[in-house]
Ligand binder design. Sequence first.
Ligand SMILES: CC(=O)[C@@H](O)[C@H](O)COP(=O)(O)O
Length: 264
Amino acid sequence: MNTLTLYHQDFSGRLLLGTAAYPTADILRQSVAAAEPAMITVSLRRAGAGGEAHGQGFWELLQNLNIPILPNTAGCQSVQEAVTTAQMAREVFGTDWIKLELIGDDDTLQPDVFQLVEAAKILIDEGFKVLPYCTEDLIACRRLLDAGCRALMPWAAPIGTGLGVVHEYALRVLRERLPDTPLIIDAGLGVPSQAAQVMEWGFDAVLLNTAVSRSGDPVNMARAFALAAQAGRLAYEACPVQPREQAQASTPTVGQPFWHSAEY
Ligand SMILES: CC(=O)[C@@H](O)[C@H](O)COP(=O)(O)O
């Protein structure tokens, strides 16, 4: 299977996993071990001060998992707030990677794509590797690429809903129109089959949190999502048959057991 490459860096696996809201620290550890994610995301706000479940202890817990860390600017609603949070995250986590979240609506947690472009420009100029959490809007995505982003994270559905892909047409158009841009489906996935589906459509990776951390068995769900992402990617690379309207016999014709040649 081809490797996931973001900003010239190769990652193993095509699942990125959030670290919020697991029942216990141990279940978080086991879930990450089961998923073997390419990266784990963490909100700077959760890594403030305190014990293992919060603050410094939580940060140490994540470091000990030995998985690349992708800090995020969760909860930010203005360019200034997002930029400052990213700068602080770089200090705290010692990484240039940032998942840029800039929320424009409290109910849907929909990304504010206008402010996102502005913040992305500033952070790219400061040397960050920006992964913007965005909508599936093609033009907004182009503006983010113009701003210097080298990968995008369009949503499947609002964060925490588990709805799966809401706008299939727009997402598939995005995939088709930006064939060379790594596209990671982020947020709103509920079950592994939805992850497999977007991977079959050619998306490069999936990022999720709630569907694992709030499931009845996060460890097994984490593994299920990792396998689904892998299966979907394998299927995409294996070039699925195109759906057709008309029936076509799949049993062999006598004397012609193979598709390409009668020789064997
Ligand atoms: C963890 C993280 O970065 C979330 O903001 C992300 O968008 C995941 O969304 P779900 O919880 O819906 O999977």
